[in-house]
Ligand binder design. Structure first.
Ligand SMILES: Nc1ncnc2c1ncn2[C@@H]1O[C@H](COP(=O)(O)OP(=O)(O)OP(=O)(O)O)[C@@H](O)[C@H]1O
Ligand SMILES: [Mg+2]
Length: 258
């Protein structure tokens, strides 16, 4: 096995400014192999977003070691090898869909390849957004906006994709469809994905492994391998009894987490 995508040893995460100091997650150790799809569950406020922020180098850890693709998170950020999809689509309303997807190229940094209209249209098509490139965010649906945000995170071909409750605001049918689209993208790109969600079903459906964080004190409560209930390409059926009982098991774990 090569260098892990993420390697964390005894990491303490939180917020410090002036005399204010808050430790959110303590003594976190975790190895994520490159190419893995890891889903993350945990009660509100336990530190899920904080963890993603540290991986993306939007926040420094309080202490401990973190390596992303074998390097310091800052180096990886500079090389633009992480993509981030936030809970709200955060599209710029005055830019068209195409120009929102192009945004990472416009905002600083040099890219490996220029972002041409062709490349943008390819990625829009991959996400079922063909023909919408010239519309503005208020002219498309919420689910489509979320997909544009994913397209924008993918346009740099990141080796690590960090997704923070990306489908939380969508109806269940749209969410199920986007889950399958995301799995297809993951299969095609081999990108490592860290995916935070409050939906137990979504976490079990998407992940190869599932991590449950606990609060008070914030920590890793459990990590479970989902490969036994999935096929080799990480797919499963929502009606499969093994899938249903895994959801029940995760629900029981989560009940201890708050
Ligand atoms: N910028 C900040 N400064 C200080 N404290 C913060 C900051 N951002 C978050 N926190 C605190 O850190 C803790 C963890 O927050 P975080 O956003 O990581 O939780 P979360 O697990 O993502 O929750 P949710 O499921 O509600 O999104 C919370 O107690 C929160 O109030
Ligand atoms: Mg959060």
């Amino acid at each position: 096995m090569g260098t892990p995508a993420i390697e964390v040893q005894g990491l303490s995460l939180g917020y410090r400014s002036g005399r204010y100091s808050l430790t959110v997650l303590d003594n976190v150790s975790l190895t994520v192999p490159e190419g893995e799809f890891l889903t993350i569950l945990g009660p509100s406020g336990c530190g899920k977003s904080t963890l993603l922020r540290v991986v993306a180098n939007l926040l420094e850890p309080l202490s401990g070691d973190i390596r992303v693709l074998g390097e310091a998170p800052a180096a990886i950020r500079k090389k633009r090898q992480t993509g981030f999809v936030f809970q709200d689509a955060t599209l710029l309303p005055w830019r068209t869909v195409r120009n929102n997807v192009r945004l990472p190229a416009v905002v600083g940094g040099r890219l490996a390849r220029p972002i041409t209209d062709d490349r943008i249209d390819n990625i829009l098509a991959l996400l079922g957004l063909q023909g919408l490139g010239d519309r503005y965010p208020n002219q498309i649906s919420g689910g489509q906006r979320q997909r544009v945000a994913i397209a924008r995170a993918l346009i740099d071909e990141p080796r690590i994709l960090l997704m923070d409750e990306p489908f939380g605001a969508l109806d269940e049918i749209t969410r199920d469809r986007l889950n399958d689209e995301l799995l297809n993208i993951w299969r095609a790109t081999k990108t490592t994905i860290l995916f935070v969600t409050h939906s137990i079903e979504e976490a079990v459906y998407l992940g190869q492994r599932i991590m449950v964080l606990g609060a008070n004190p914030g920590r890793i409560l459990n990590v479970r391998d989902l490969k036994p209930i999935k096929t080799a390409d990480n797919s499963c059926h929502r009606e499969d009894p093994a899938f249903v009982s895994e959801i029940a098991a995760q629900r029981a774990l989560l009940a201890q987490a708050a």
